[in-house]
Structure formats: structure tokens, C-alpha cells
Design a protein around this ligand. Structure first.
Ligand SMILES: NC(=O)c1ccc[n+]([C@@H]2O[C@H](COP(=O)([O-])OP(=O)(O)OC[C@H]3O[C@@H](n4cnc5c(N)ncnc54)[C@H](OP(=O)(O)O)[C@@H]3O)[C@@H](O)[C@H]2O)c1
Length: 379
């Protein structure tokens, strides 16, 4: 039996992971890092978060079984005082660090203050727990996009490259993983690298309408149908329930430590921008998407767009364009051979995009891309 310290539980992925951990017989307690004013506020935040992952009837019971640890990634020892820190380390057998700042628009120093410094604090806790004889695992959630601007097949065993990154978020996650490899080799570390995480494969539910949802929203509203990128660009997406199932399966007692897992669709499972555009057209019934070369678009079309498009439409176009266009122009292919082999033993398979994509679109449509509450709560 063990006690898990989990970060990121108020986030999109972390809440699904928390629900799975609490269903496990080997998990006797769950300490969760939460940014909050006090315990009542922390519990309020946890309840709000869990109602997005399980049914509202089940959420209070799950929250009652969590112990909130009020703290912040950017502070030494998460801002805990000496006594609280040692008590936490003394009872922790499994550190699962998923919290991060995932915004693409932050500057590099800010991104590092969450993603590198926060990782260092999680490793510090893991090391202290190990010193007290109790640490079985230190699981860390990274991103497959540490591969940055690479365009080739990326193996799970690879990290170092000189291709650069699309944004400071990717770079900070790369640096955090690099830091772990250099400084946490003595810890029972396992790295999970999801690709683009989308909604639940059966309900389509998500609270994260960035990335892929941005061009789909523009298309669904009839605002814009030009994809600035190539129809052939590969896109690797994975539903959030799969990511949580995989982390849950591969972090159970007896699972090997030391691996790096690509929680991705993989080289065979990745689709193309063109295929997703076609699926969106089939669902929303609009006109076919057009594709524009990014350099041509930025030089010749964008100035015209700036002159003739105004108001909220222009704001959505410009903001999203700045951050998401790089993901439409070219992407790596994430080999997931090790992961699929390891997951096969648990009966967990990577879902095929074509089998669940319409569920994502139906949810996005019914909530007006997160602007309205969901008609049916998560199962
Ligand atoms: N979503 C994706 O497509 C994707 C893809 C690949 C990898 N990942 C990785 O998966 C992990 C989870 O991502 P996500 O999509 O679930 O992100 P998310 O929804 O933004 O959640 C981030 C979590 O981190 C917490 N956090 C952020 N700053 C913090 C701070 N200063 N102190 C304490 N906690 C803090 C947030 O708490 P608050 O609620 O207080 O902000 C939240 O619980 C991250 O490590 C991310 O890099 C995500």
C-alpha cells in the first residue's frame, strides 16, 4: 500500500489521473498540490475540478479522500514550511508530478519558473522521500513536443536535439526533462510524454479548447476555412481518458521504472491536418477547407486580413494564429513502440482518431466550444 503525492489535479489531465488513482486498491491516500487561500478554498477548487472528470454525484466522495497540500510550483519546497514538507516526504511513496504552466504565450523565464523550477521541487520531495526509505516511484508528465521543431520520427529513447522549439513552453519542458536526466538518475523516474491531449473519447468532454479546437471553431462558425499549413502535416492527438489510463496502468506497483513513454497515436496512428479538416467538414457540413503556404500567407494574405477583418473575429484569428499555426506547418512523428508494448499487458490500446473524433466535435458544438455548460455531465 502506498501514498501518492499528485500535482496538477485541478487541471485537464490531472483530474482524470486522480480519479483513476483513487479507484486503485494499492493507493491508501492521495496528497494533492493545490493553489488556494485555505483548505476550504482548496476543497472547493478540487470539487469543481473533479466534476469535469467524474459524475457530479461521485465527485464529493473522491474529493473527501484527497488531502489538499496548499502550495505553488514556483516557491521553494512548494512554499511549505519545514514541518509540513518533512511530514509530506515522510509519508509519500509515489510522486506523480503533472502540474505545469502550459500557456504558449509566456516568456521563457516565466515558463521555466513553473516547469523547470517546479520539476526541481518535485524531485527534491522525491529524493527526501527516498532518503526516508519510502519512495517506490517518481512519475513525471512531460510532453512529446520536447522534440520541438524536429520533423522526423522521434523515438521514446531520444531527447537531445538542436532543432529548436515552437514556443517557450516546449523549451521549458525540454529543459525540465533534461534537468531530470542529469540530476534525478538516482530516483525511480518514469517519464510520460503525451502528444496533443483532446477530450474524452466517449463523451468528447474537455475543458481545454486550445490547439486543435481553434481552427475547428473558426471553421464551425463559418468565420474562416483557410488552414495556414499543409494538408499533409501529421497531427498526433490522444484523448484524455487514454492518457490517464496509460499513466494509471504504467505507474502501478511492480511496473518497471526508468522508461520514457510516448502517450501518442504513433507513426501509424497519427492523422493529417487534411484528414481532420475532412472529418470536420463531414460533421459541420461546411465548404472544404483551403490550405495556404505559411510564408506566402504571412507575407501576402495576412496584411489584407488585418485591413478587412475587425472585432472579435480578428482577435480570435490573430491570437490563435500566432500560437497554433506552427503546429499546422510541420510536426514530428512520435514513435510509441515501447508504450504500446507495455500497455498491451494491461489491455490498454491507443484509440483510433476516426473512431472518436465526432464525439469531440459533438461536445465542442453542444458547449459552443466551452462557452456554455455541457448538456450531459461526464459519466
Ligand atoms: N494538454 C495537453 O495537450 C498536453 C500535452 C502534452 C503534455 N501535457 C502535460 O500534461 C500536464 C498537464 O497538462 P494539462 O493540459 O492538464 O494542463 P492544465 O489543464 O493547464 O493544468 C495544469 C495544472 O498545473 C497546475 N499548476 C499550474 N501552475 C501551478 C503552480 N504555480 N503551482 C501549483 N500548481 C500549478 C494547475 O493548477 P491551477 O488550477 O491552480 O492553475 C493545474 O492543476 C502538463 O505537465 C503538460 O505539460 C499536456
Amino acid at each position: 500500500m502506498g501514498r501518492v503525492f499528485l500535482t496538477g489535479v485541478t487541471g485537464f489531465v490531472g483530474r482524470y489521473v486522480a480519479a483513476r488513482l483513487l479507484a486503485r486498491p494499492d493507493v491508501e491516500g492521495l496528497d494533492v498540490l493545490v493553489r488556494a487561500r485555505d483548505e476550504a478554498h482548496a476543497r472547493e477548487r478540487l470539487l469543481d475540478s473533479m466534476t469535469h472528470a467524474v459524475s457530479p454525484d461521485d465527485a464529493p466522495e473522491l474529493v473527501a479522500r484527497m488531502t489538499p497540500i496548499i502550495g505553488d510550483l514556483r516557491r521553494d519546497r512548494f512554499g511549505l514550511d519545514e514541518e509540513a514538507w518533512h511530514a509530506l516526504a515522510g509519508r509519500t511513496t509515489h510522486v506523480l508530478h503533472g502540474a505545469a504552466n502550459v500557456r504558449f504565450d509566456q516568456d521563457l523565464e516565466d515558463a521555466r519558473s513553473y516547469n523547470v523550477f517546479g520539476t526541481e521541487q518535485a524531485a527534491l520531495l522525491a529524493r527526501e522521500a527516498k532518503g526516508r526509505g519510502g519512495l517506490d516511484r517518481f512519475d513525471w508528465v512531460g510532453t512529446a513536443f520536447v522534440a520541438g521543431l524536429r520533423r522526423d520520427r522521434v523515438l521514446e529513447s531520444e531527447l537531445e536535439h538542436a532543432a529548436g522549439w515552437k514556443n517557450p513552453y516546449e523549451q521549458s519542458k525540454y529543459e525540465a526533462e533534461q534537468w531530470l536526466r542529469a540530476h534525478a538518475a538516482d530516483l525511480p523516474l518514469t517519464v510520460f510524454r503525451p502528444s496533443i491531449v483532446v477530450g474524452d473519447s466517449s463523451t468528447g468532454a474537455t475543458t481545454n479548447f486550445g490547439m486543435l479546437y481553434w481552427p475547428i471553431r473558426l471553421y464551425a462558425k463559418g468565420w474562416w476555412r483557410t488552414v495556414v499549413g499543409s494538408a499533409e502535416t501529421p497531427v498526433d492527438i490522444v484523448p484524455v481518458d487514454f492518457v490517464a489510463d496509460a499513466i494509471d496502468a504504467l505507474s502501478q506497483p511492480g511496473q518497471p521504472v526508468g522508461a520514457t513513454y510516448h502517450l501518442t497515436s504513433g507513426v501509424e496512428g497519427a492523422v493529417t491536418i487534411g484528414a481532420l479538416a475532412q472529418l470536420a467538414q463531414d460533421f459541420f457540413g461546411g465548404r472544404p477547407a483551403r490550405f495556404a503556404d505559411p510564408d506566402f500567407f504571412m507575407t501576402w494574405v495576412r496584411p489584407v486580413v488585418d485591413l478587412f477583418i475587425w472585432g472579435p473575429k480578428r482577435r480570435v484569428l490573430r491570437q490563435g494564429g500566432r500560437f497554433f499555426i506552427p503546429y499546422m506547418s510541420g510536426n514530428p512523428l512520435f514513435d510509441n513502440t515501447e508504450t504500446t508494448a507495455a500497455l498491451a499487458a494491461h489491455g490498454v490500446e491507443v484509440p483510433q482518431v476516426r473512431e472518436y473524433f465526432s464525439n469531440l466535435l459533438a461536445y465542442a458544438k453542444s458547449t459552443d466550444f466551452g462557452k456554455k455548460p455541457a448538456e450531459t455531465p461526464p459519466a
